[in-house]
Design a protein around this ligand. Structure first.
Ligand code: ATP
Ligand code: MG
Length: 568
C-alpha cells in the first residue's frame, strides 16, 4: 500500500473524552472514527487489524470443528418472550417496531435465534454434536459507553453455540472451546488469564472469562498461581476467618460525630483506622429492606449480595426516604443496633472487637461495641470483594489482584434455552431428549483496544506481529529528488510484497521526521529507511519498533530478516 493512496490521516490531538491510551491511540492513528456515543467507523487501517483478529478466530474455531453461519442482527420479540428475556434484559436491549407495529430488538446476543434453529433443524441424536458460530455485529445500549471500542454500543462479537445430547457431551464441547480460546489469544500474542466468572444475564451453571491483563481493565481478577486459582473478583469467595475474636477491652460509648457521614470522615474524626469500623448499608428487598453490614474498609459485592434471600435483584441501595424509615435518621449514621429489618454481616466482621458503628441518630456513633455484649452474635455471610492478601478459598495461598479486560466468555448453559424454547432430539432409544447447550463469546472489536493497552509506548502503538496492519514500513528519504532512492524503494516494495509481506510505502513528499513519527504512531513493527547515503554502501537503515537504535543491513540481510515475518 502506498501511503499517498491510503487516505490515512493521523491526529496530534484527541478529544478530551478519550480516557485511556488505546482509545486515544486508535483515534490518533486513524484506526477508528466516532459517529455517535458508542458507535464507531472502522477506517481502512483499523479494519486491516480487525480482519486479522477475525481470521485467527475463524481458523481456530474451524479447527475445533465449529461451523460458521450468519444469523440476522434483528430479532423478533416473540422469541425473547419465549425465553423470558424480553422482560429480564432491561434497558440494554435496543427495541424497535416495524411498519406493522411488530416488536423487534437488535440482537445483543443470539441464544434465542440459535435455539430456534436447533428446534427446527435437529431431529436425531445422530446430528449431534454440533457447534455453530458467527462473527457478527451486536448492539447493547450500554449505560456508559466508554473507552472507544472497548465498551461501545455497537460491536462485533464472535458467538458460538454448542448442542449435545447429554451433560458429558456439553462439558466436552466446553473444554474444546476453552482450548480453542486459549489458542486464539496465544496466537494473537496477548498476555491473558482464564478466570471463574458469574454467568450474568446469559444464565447456566459454569462459566469462565478470558481476560487480557492491563492496568486500565474494568474488571478486577483475584488469583493465586501457587494454588492454580483465578477468579473474577465478582465471584471470588471469602470464608469465615479462622482466628478467634479478641475479648472486649473497651466500654460501650455513644459519642457525637457531627457531619461524619462516611467511613473516611468518621475515621479522621475519631482517629481510628477503617478496619475498626462497621458500615451498615440499607438495600432494597423483595418484601422489606435489608441491612448489610461490612467492615469499614471492605467493599460490598453486588453479585454476592443479590444471592442473599430477600435482597432485590439488581442490587439497589435504598433511597433516603427508606433509610429514614428503617433507621429513624438521615443516611450516614446507620448501625445494626435496634434495626427491625433482616441484618446480614459479612464473614470478616465476626472476629472484630471494640468497633465503631452508627447509632441510628443524626451525628452520633457508638464506640467500643462488641458482639455478644452490646449486640447479638452476628449471622455472617460472604458479602464483600476479596482484597490482596486474602486466603485462597480452601487453599493455602494468598490472593493477588490484577486488572483485566474481558475479551472472551464461555458458558455451560445446560437446558436453560432448550427447555424454554422446546429444542429436543430423539436419542438411540427413541426417547425425546432436551438439548444440552453451551455458548461462547469473543469481543472481536474489543480485542483491538485490549491489544493496544498491552502494546504501546509514549510514541504510539506497537503491534504484536499477528495483528499489525502492515508488517513493514518503507521510508524513502528525498524520494521526490533522488532517482536512486525512488528506484530502490519501488523495487524493494515490489519484492517484499512478492514474499508475502504487507508493506506500507511512505511515498509522501514529507519531512523524514513526520514520516518516522507517523510510522511509530501507527505501530508498524519493522521499518526500513532508504537514503542515498546508505545506498552508497548498498545498505538500508533498519529498526524494529521496540528497538531504541537503528542498524544498517545489506539488502539480502534485510530481506531475510523480514521474510520470517511474512504471513501465509
Ligand atoms: P461486560 O461484562 O464487559 O459488559 P459481558 O459479560 O456483558 O461484558 P458477554 O455477554 O460475556 O459480555 O459477551 C461476550 C464478549 O463480548 C465479552 O467477553 C466482551 O469481550 C464482548 N463485549 C461485551 N459487551 C461489549 C461492549 N459493550 N463493547 C465491546 N465488546 C463487548
Ligand atoms: Mg461476559
Amino acid at each position: 500500500m502506498r501511503y499517498s493512496e491510503f487516505g490515512l490521516t493521523t491526529l496530534k490531538e484527541v478529544p478530551a473524552d478519550a480516557e485511556i491510551v488505546s482509545h486515544k491511540l486508535m483515534l490518533r492513528a486513524g484506526l477508528i472514527r466516532r459517529l455517535a456515543s458508542g458507535l464507531f467507523t472502522w477506517m481502512p487501517l483499523g479494519l486491516r487489524v480487525l480482519r486479522k483478529v477475525e481470521r485467527v478466530i475463524r481458523e481456530e474455531m474451524d479447527r475445533a470443528g465449529a461451523l460458521e453461519l450468519l444469523m440476522p442482527a434483528v430479532q423478533p420479540a416473540e422469541l425473547w418472550q419465549e425465553s423470558g428475556r424480553w422482560e429480564e434484559y432491561g434497558p440494554l436491549l435496543l427495541r424497535m417496531h416495524d411498519r406493522h407495529e411488530r416488536e423487534f430488538c437488535f440482537g445483543p446476543t443470539h441464544e434465542e435465534v440459535i435455539t430456534d434453529i436447533a428446534r427446527r433443524e435437529l431431529r436425531s441424536y445422530k446430528q449431534l454434536p454440533l457447534n455453530f458460530y458467527q462473527v457478527q455485529t451486536k448492539f447493547r445500549d450500554e449505560i456508559r459507553p466508554r473507552f472507544g471500542v472497548m465498551r461501545s454500543r455497537e460491536f462485533i462479537m464472535k458467538d458460538a453455540y454448542s448442542f449435545d445430547l447429554d451433560e458429558d457431551g456439553m462439558r466436552g464441547a466446553y473444554q474444546k472451546m476453552h482450548a480453542a480460546y486459549t489458542a486464539i489469544f496465544e496466537r494473537l500474542g496477548l498476555k491473558f488469564r482464564v478466570v471463574d466468572a458469574d454467568s450474568g444475564e446469559i444464565g447456566g451453571s459454569r462459566s469462565q472469562e478470558f481476560h487480557v491483563l492491563a492496568d486500565s481493565g474494568e474488571d478486577a481478577i483475584a488469583y493465586c498461581d501457587a494454588d492454580n486459582y483465578a477468579s473474577n473478583i465478582e465471584m471470588a469467595a471469602t470464608e469465615a476467618p479462622a482466628e478467634k475474636r479478641p475479648a472486649p477491652a473497651q466500654e460501650l460509648k455513644k459519642i457525637e460525630t457531627p457531619g461524619a457521614r462516611t467511613i473516611e470522615a468518621l475515621r479522621k474524626f475519631i482517629g481510628i483506622s477503617a478496619e475498626q469500623t462497621l458500615k451498615t448499608l440499607i438495600v432494597e428487598g423483595e418484601e422489606q429492606p435489608v441491612a448489610l453490614v461490612l467492615r469499614g474498609d471492605h467493599e460490598l459485592n453486588a453479585i454476592k449480595a443479590q444471592k442473599i434471600p430477600g435482597v432485590a435483584t439488581p442490587l439497589t441501595m435504598a433511597d433516603t426516604e427508606t433509610v429514614r424509615r428503617v433507621t429513624g435518621c438521615e443516611p450516614g449514621f446507620a448501625g445494626p443496633i435496634g434495626l427491625e429489618v433482616p441484618v446480614y454481616y459479612d464473614h470478616a466482621t465476626a472476629v472484630m472487637a471494640d468497633f465503631v458503628i452508627g447509632a441510628n441518630e443524626a451525628d452520633m456513633h457508638y464506640t467500643g461495641v462488641n458482639f455478644g455484649r452490646d449486640i447479638g452474635e452476628p449471622e455472617t455471610v460472604d458479602l464483600r470483594n476479596v482484597v490482596e492478601g486474602d486466603p485462597t478459598p480452601g487453599g493455602s495461598g494468598t490472593l493477588s489482584i490484577a486488572r483485566g479486560i474481558e475479551v472472551g466468555h464461555i458458558f455451560q448453559l445446560g437446558t436453560k434455552y432448550s427447555t424454554a424454547l422446546g429444542a429436543s432430539v430423539l436419542d438411540g432409544d427413541g426417547k425425546d431428549r432436551t438439548l444440552q447447550m453451551g455458548c461462547y463469546g469473543i469481543g472481536v472489536t474489543r480485542i483491538v483496544g485490549a491489544a493496544i493497552e498491552q502494546n504501546h509506548d509514549d510514541r504510539g502503538i506497537i503491534w504484536p506481529e499477528p495483528l499489525t496492519p502492515f508488517n513493514v514500513v518503507l521510508v524513502p528519504i528525498n524520494l521526490h529528488r533522488s532517482e536512486t532512492v525512488r528506484e530502490t524503494a519501488e523495487s524493494l516494495y515490489a519484492e517484499l510484497q512478492e514474499q508475502g509481506l504487507e508493506v506500507l510505502l511512505d511515498d509522501r513528499d514529507a519531512r523524514p521526521g513526520v514520516k518516522f513519527a507517523d510510522a511509530e504512531l501507527i505501530g508498524i513493527p519493522h521499518r526500513l529507511v532508504i537514503s542515498e547515503r546508505n545506498l552508497a554502501n548498498g545498505e538500508f537503515e533498519y529498526q524494529h519498533r521496540r528497538d531504541t537504535e537503528s542498524r544498517n543491513l545489506k539488502r539480502e540481510e534485510a530481506l531475510n530478516l523480514l521474510k520470517e515475518h511474512a504471513i501465509n
